[in-house]
Design a protein. Structure first.
Ligand SMILES: Nc1ncnc2c1ncn2[C@@H]1O[C@H](COP(=O)(O)OP(=O)(O)OP(=O)(O)O)[C@@H](O)[C@H]1O
Ligand SMILES: [Mg+2]
Length: 234
């Protein structure tokens, strides 16, 4: 479904992504692990078309997308739930959600997706008129994921959804994401929290200083000495 071949990205003159090649198949749930500044966000922004790679190719569903603008990539079925949520705090919940469907024109379809999203996150329906900025951190993360789903993506990129959340909330977000994958959604999840990411994903990649340095099944990575030392604190 997604294939990167020797992707390099510069940001503000800094060479942040080096020769990254990876592949994600339909239905998979894959982790991207890496510490602060490893390049996770830069890689996701490159895939989503917010940044252009300086070289390499990115294919999504068999089409080259690395020269396409972000809105075209969303329309093809690839949605990024960005780091730090990036909601519109002064807008009510439902308007934030509708912004996730901004490229869609089928009003009926949008309303159907909205109902599906409300079913997944009942709290968003109950509080659809509440301003997003008044939501708690966990609620804002749910809203950010829900907004990303409004485009009806085939592939969902989630950039550090656990960031800044209490352990209990991290667990409930993890459950929501796992359920999305069980229902068939392909998910690429970036996390510094390797423990939680490797518990819920099938396999993973480790990014260090913009280089992919390890890949394997999540079970193998959980037991990998290097991963244990660097990312699991054991
Ligand atoms: N606008 C910029 N100008 C220069 N360097 C940048 C810019 N944005 C990011 N970088 C650098 O690129 C590298 C990768 O940053 P990135 O945000 O992708 O890392 P990350 O893995 O997402 O980290 P975190 O887990 O802290 O979110 C870092 O060294 C960062 O300082
Ligand atoms: Mg980041």
């Amino acid at each position: 479904m997604l294939k990167l071949t020797n992707v390099n990205t510069k940001i503000g003159g800094f060479h942040a992504i080096h020769d990254v090649s990876l592949e994600i198949k339909q239905g998979e749930f894959v982790a991207l692990l890496g510490g602060n500044g490893a390049g996770k966000t830069t890689l996701f922004r490159t895939i989503a078309g917010i940044l252009n790679p300086i070289s390499g190719t990115i294919e999504f569903k068999g089409k080259e997308i690395h020269r396409k603008p972000a809105h075209k990539i969303v329309a093809l079925g690839l949605s990024l739930c960005p780091e730090g949520r990036q909601l519109f705090p002064q807008l009510p919940v439902y308007k934030n959600l509708l912004l996730g469907a901004y490229h869609r024109k089928d009003k009926k379809g949008i309303n159907e997706t909205l109902e599906e999203v409300y079913e997944l996150f009942p709290i968003l329906k109950e509080r659809r008129k509440q301003l997003a900025g008044t939501f708690s951190g966990g609620e804002q993360q749910m809203l950010a994921i829900a907004r990303a789903l409004m485009s009806k993506p085939d592939l969902l990129l989630l950039d550090e959804p656990s960031m800044g959340l209490a352990p209990q909330l991290v667990d409930s977000i993890a459950e929501v994401i796992s359920n999305l994958n069980k229902k068939g959604m392909t998910i690429f999840l970036s996390e510094q929290n390797a423990q939680i990411a490797l518990m819920i994903t099938q396999r993973g990649y480790v990014l260090e200083n913009g280089h992919l340095v390890l890949e394997g099944s999540s079970r193998d990575l959980l037991n990998n000495e290097k991963v244990k030392k660097a990312y699991l604190g054991t």
